[in-house]
Design a protein around this ligand. Structure first.
Ligand SMILES: [Zn+2]
Length: 381
């Protein structure tokens, strides 16, 4: 810690405690950190859940963490910050609670969330920082884009099921694998007609491809985005409409989502760790880095999913108004935003009639394209 920081810390620390601070309800009981050169995870153990805010400030770069109604009851002395994206941490008293200032070595992408009690620990505030230089191109600052990015935005389209795996089957034998391929082909054609975009189909014929392989194909093509097309069945024949899914790290957002994921995963099993080459890294660190990468990728996936769902709603009924999350194996690329679109229920008579109609397939593909375009236009690569 340099002298200036020490001084600021002293000024902050010696200030007379405000009545609010004295009556703070929650305690920050411990602070832990893991890092490599580009990524850092800070975990604050809390006595209970509390409101907090983060914001970034420039010159010098720093991330401010305001924890309302909380008293710092932990030492920062043992935190290993050397070689991390954080150069120092300062703390101060605010009327509201505790303020932590993380001085940064450069620009970072920060995400944070409160973890509920689990794994023998109580409430935790998790702050993930990834150095901008370590981010995938998707998150590169626009100023660099012109120099760095000279290739098209690659969308890998996965038509669900295929070959020996027909997927769901409709009342008159309509097969999900056929519907999925038809819509996937339409979408690929429409994407390839767009300047600056390029589509790659995972399968262009009626063939079986294991889920693990589908993820590998996306990686091989350097996908900027992965979209898996389906048309599932439900036990309830009245269930209808399209849904969009993203990966969940901790369980499904609804029973339907969990049920769908189980069905879609049944073709085979895959672990996200299989597709990352972190063998040379410490296993704990590898896990942490994987989690961090997933957290940021899932946020992007949810964003794309929301835009696509909004556009799908203009041409088809919607089953769930929000993007659902579950443990879909095919969405487990840690660094490629991935979504799964259930275009409708093949088990529903009305949906099935539409899904097998080439005009409707075209409309669905068009609406997905509009969603993809509007996402990448507002989040340029
Ligand atoms: Zn399916």
């Amino acid at each position: 810690m340099n002298r200036r920081h020490l001084l600021q810390l002293l000024i902050a620390g010696i200030a007379l405690p405000s009545p609010l601070y004295a009556s703070a309800k929650e305690r920050i009981t411990n602070i832990r950190a893991w890092h490599d050169q580009e990524k850092m995870r800070l975990v604050l153990d809390l006595s209970g859940p509390l409101p907090y805010r983060t914001f970034e400030l420039d010159s010098p770069k720093r991330l401010i963490l305001d924890l309302d109604n909380a008293l710092l009851n932990a030492s920062l002395d043992d935190l290993q910050l050397d070689g991390s994206v954080i150069t120092s941490i300062r703390t101060g008293i605010q009327a509201q609670g505790t303020r932590m200032v993380l001085d940064l070595a450069g620009t970072v992408e920060a995400t944070s969330f409160i973890l509920p009690p689990g794994d023998g620990r109580g409430h935790r505030l998790v702050v993930d920082l990834i150095a901008k230089s370590a981010m995938p191109p998707l998150n590169a600052p626009p100023a660099q884009v012109k120099d760095v990015r000279q290739r098209d935005i690659v969308v890998v389209i996965d038509a669900g099921h295929g070959g020996k795996d027909p997927g769901a089957v409709g009342a008159k034998g309509e097969k999900e694998k056929v519907v999925a391929l038809a819509i996937a082909r339409q979408l690929a054609q429409k994407i390839n007609n767009q300047k600056g975009f390029k589509a790659q189909l995972v399968r262009n014929t009626d063939m079986f491809i294991p889920l693990r392989k589908r993820v590998e194909i996306a990686r091989k093509h350097n996908a900027d985005m992965f979209i898996s097309i389906h048309a599932d069945a439900a036990p309830r024949k009245s269930a209808s409409g399209a849904s969009v899914f993203a990966l969940s790290e901790n369980g499904a957002t609804s029973t339907t989502a969990s049920w769908m994921a189980k069905r879609e995963n049944s073709a085979d099993l895959i672990g996200a760790r299989d597709v990352l080459s972190l063998k040379d890294k410490d296993p704990v660190l590898a896990g942490v880095i994987l989690d961090m990468s997933l957290t940021s990728t899932i946020a992007t996936s949810l964003d794309i999913g929301k835009t696509i769902l909004g556009n799908l709603g203009k041409v088809a009924g919607i089953h769930q108004k929000r993007v659902e999350q579950a443990g879909f194996a095919v969405l487990k690329s840690p660094d490629i935003p991935s979504i799964l679109v259930e275009t409708g229920f093949i088990s529903n008579a009305n949906d099935c009639r539409q899904l097998t109609d080439p005009r409707h397939q075209k409309r669905v593909a068009e609406s997905i394209l509009t969603g993809i375009k509007s996402h990448f236009f507002s989040n340029p690569l």
